[in-house]
Write a protein that binds this ligand. Structure first.
Ligand code: AMP
Length: 494
């Protein structure tokens, strides 16, 4: 089944409800369906054939929703890209995926400049609008294993890789959402915080399938004040999906009491570690409505889930979604018993078909049907997953492993610490040493010795930071992930 059928499902239930609102504009489900079907026909007219790639290089906006759905509706492959990418990264992806068309806006038209190949560039205020003259295209008859979305990973080493997500994968993701996150009642209103090219766009699919209203902020990056206002103004039921750093910014802004958030039923957080102190603070501020999810581009939004009622188990990212198997293996691929740390592996209909045009990386990542996530963690006796870290972030000091997450949790339990990121620094004697970058709570007076002392009380001596660097803000991606590679001084990817 074509996953864009979810739009038809929502439109059949709620034809005259707004499918999206953006500033003062909105479109009903009936209008969005008509635009999507016409745009799919328009794409065909200018070149792309079914299976061809249509790149979407847009900030959050209604055109991103339309073009994403239209690409899948027409049987093309949508390639939504983070609009902050460097022109050379954009050029790499356009070449790598063999793009036939790229949709741009004012903010991104310059980013295609480094690409010297052939591609139709469609500006949302130009050629793009000219594509709507055609009669609506029927929903394309695709195979379940045909690609629908190339999700270029924010991989921290080497070139970005395109996780090839099929119609089956995305439908499985939506069904898992309904099963384990929320069924989405007919009166639901989602407010999107994160980029629609990433998690929020993936969760747009289950929201559309139920006829929910999708509120898109006009802010060009996440802004806590704007976000709280939108939640109140639209009587939001769902904070769609946010990175833990976005949740943290809402908490630091501390303005929720000045907004009527009584309709809010769900905040979904994931994409990076959700620290205990932050989850506890979120429950105190918003009530027990936080769902934590763990997923990755290769298994979109769907590996484990921790429902709101179990928030007191903070520290774990929950149990496997209903349609997913999770197991932990050692370096030889042997399954480990509960309690033992190893690589997290995943199997199920949600796991990607492979990486686009990269058989070597695919063979390394998907072995006998199991996706090797590159994340390290263990399952406890009740099946809850405790993630420690990305394998490449583990610090090896004097031959012992230090998981940055453990050190970060301890530092965050100090009242003067607002945010923290722990990395390994090259060390001539120990191989690597533990270094913590700390953003202090505004106005707090704390020094490195005090934080080291605080760690000494809770961590083995070899794990406590050898160096503490105070910093005003941590480097973060558009999706809100802390960029440890920048803290390590590694050059940006090109
Ligand atoms: P991406 O492919 O950009 O979505 O990044 C996926 C990676 O983010 C995962 O492989 C994990 O390392 C990390 N991640 C996602 N969700 C969580 C979570 N709930 N807790 C800790 N790390 C997470």
């Amino acid at each position: 089944m074509n996953v864009a059928n979810l739009l038809l499902t929502g439109a059949a239930r709620e034809p005259s409800r707004p499918a999206w609102t953006f500033g003062g504009r909105s479109a009903t489900y009936a209008q969005l369906t008509d635009r999507v079907a016409r745009l799919a026909a328009g794409f065909s007219r200018i070149g792309p054939a079914p299976g061809d790639r249509v790149v979407l290089l847009l900030p959050n906006a209604p055109e991103l929703v339309e073009a994403l759905l239209a690409a899948m509706w027409g049987g093309f492959v949508a390639v939504p890209l983070n609009w902050h990418l460097h022109p050379q990264e954009v050029a790499y992806v356009l070449r790598h995926c063999g793009a036939r068309a790229v949709v741009v806006a004012d903010e991104t038209e310059g980013a295609v400049s480094a690409f010297d190949g052939e591609v139709s560039v469609l500006h949302v205020r130009g050629a793009y609008e000219g594509l709507f003259g055609e009669a609506p295209a029927p929903l394309a008859d695709v195979g379940a294993d045909d690609p629908a979305w190339l999700f270029y990973t924010s991989g921290t080493t080497g070139r970005p890789k395109g996780a090839t997500l099929t119609h089956r994968n995305l439908l499985a993701m939506a069904l898992n959402y309904y099963a384990d996150v929320d069924r989405i009642a007919p009166d639901s209103v989602f407010v999107h915080a994160a980029p629609l090219t990433h998690g929020s766009g993936l969760y747009l699919l289950p929201a559309l399938g139920r006829g929910a209203v999708n509120v898109i902020s006009t802010a060009r990056s996440f802004d806590p004040a704007d976000y709280l206002s939108l939640l109140a103004e639209h009587r939001a039921t769902h904070a769609a999906f946010m990175a833990p750093t976005m949740l943290k910014r809402l908490l630091v802004a501390g303005d929720q009491a000045n907004h009527d958030l009584s309709g809010l039923r769900s905040i979904v957080v994931g994409g990076a570690p959700l620290y205990r102190t932050d989850l506890h603070a979120a429950v105190a501020a918003f009530g027990p409505i936080v769902t934590q999810i763990y997923g990755q581009g290769e298994s979109p939004m769907t590996i484990t889930v921790m429902p709101p009622r179990e928030w007191e188990r903070s520290g774990s990212c929950g149990r496997a979604f209903v349609g997913v198997q999770v197991r932990i293996v050692d370096a030889d691929g042997t399954e480990l018993a509960a309690g033992a740390d190893g690589e997290v592996c995943v199997r199920g209909d949600v796991v990607m078909r492979g990486y686009w045009d990269d058989p070597g990386a695919t063979a390394a990542a998907v072995r006998r049907g199991w996706l090797h996530t590159g994340d390290i963690g263990h399952l406890d006796g009740e099946g809850y997953l405790h993630l420690t870290d990305r394998a490449k972030d583990v610090i090896i000091t004097g031959g012992s492993n230090v998981y940055p997450r453990e050190v970060e949790e301890v530092l965050l339990s100090h009242p003067a610490v607002c945010e923290v990121a722990v990395i390994g620094r090259p060390d001539p004697e120990w191989g690597e040493s533990v270094c913590a970058f700390v953003v202090p709570v505004p106005g707090a007076d704390v020094d490195a010795a005090e934080l080291v002392e605080h760690s000494r009380g809770q961590l083995a001596s070899f794990k406590k930071p050898k160096e503490i660097v105070f910093i005003d803000a941590l480097p973060k991606s558009a999706a809100g992930k802390i960029l440890k590679r920048e803290l390590r001084g590694e050059p940006p990817r090109r």
